[in-house]
Design a protein around this ligand. Structure first.
Ligand SMILES: Nc1ncnc2c1ncn2[C@@H]1O[C@H](COP(=O)(O)OP(=O)(O)OP(=O)(O)O)[C@@H](O)[C@H]1O
Ligand SMILES: Cc1cn([C@H]2C[C@H](O)[C@@H](COP(=O)(O)O)O2)c(=O)[nH]c1=O
Length: 209
């Protein structure tokens, strides 16, 4: 695989999608081969799995079922979209990946980071991101941002209690300690332009190194 696999991660409303879209468009204008995608989703089957996972009426979903569905969506997305793009030398910018499973299902759902990593190893084999940008934000501020954004879908996980979201953030902070060379932290509470410039600098360092 000759391309670059870059993921963005963080709690709800941190600004990942906004920054990723802006960055992808700018890098495309530089003439680079950019593939922008998201998890869960990005391809037909994974978008269907996304609907099942995030449907607000699926309140009875078991935590392990949830973890397995995310891993299944990840597998199909990787095989159908990410790996072929990387093989063609593309830079793949992906909104969420395995770290979301480790933080949301591993820590916030209390399944354990190791357990969730092990089912994901089956799904991804050895494909890990070259770089992960972690958008750190106070949970209340992030949730306020998405509340104001009326056009955005409100999904089953958004509706979780404040404690759950706090644990998600704690989970991501733990991952920063576990994977310091892969995960780069940005302070996502800063104004959008500052966050964007910092992310762009970091990504360009990797692309043009
Ligand atoms: N740095 C920022 N300062 C203020 N508002 C921001 C900033 N970044 C993004 N926003 C706004 O916050 C809202 C949420 O942003 P966005 O959808 O990009 O977050 P996200 O991390 O992708 O959220 P989620 O994972 O919950 O979908 C949007 O309305 C966006 O315009
Ligand atoms: C990949 C992944 C995602 N999640 C959660 C995180 C969010 O609550 C939703 C996705 O919604 P977004 O608007 O696209 O961010 O799913 C998760 O719990 N585990 C995962 O592996």
């Amino acid at each position: 695989m000759s391309g670059l696999f870059i993921t963005v991660e963080g709690p709800e409303g941190a600004g990942k999608t906004t920054v990723l879209n802006k960055l992808g468009n700018e890098l495309k204008q530089q003439g680079l081969n950019i593939v922008m995608t998201r998890e869960p989703g990005g391809i037909r089957i994974a978008e269907q799995i996304r609907k099942v996972i995030l449907d607000k009426s699926n309140t009875e979903m078991d935590a392990r079922t949830e973890a397995l569905l995310y891993a299944a969506a990840r597998r199909q997305h990787l095989i159908e979209k990410v790996i072929p793009a990387l093989n063609q030398g593309a830079i793949v910018l992906c909104d969420r990946f395995i770290d979301s499973s480790l933080a949301y299902q591993g820590v916030a759902r209390e399944l354990g980071i190791e357990e969730v990593f092990s089912i994901n190893k089956f799904a991804i084999q050895d494909v890990m991101p070259d770089l992960t940008i972690y958008f750190d934000i106070d949970v209340e501020l992030g949730l306020k941002r998405i509340e104001v954004n009326k056009g955005r879908e409100v999904n089953r996980l958004d509706l979780e209690k404040m404690d759950f979201h706090m644990n998600v953030r704690n989970g991501f902070r733990k991952l920063l300690e576990l994977f310091p060379s892969r995960i780069y932290e940005v302070d996502a509470s800063k104004p959008l332009e500052n966050v964007y410039q910092e992310v762009k600098n970091k990504v360009e360092q990797l692309i043009y190194k």
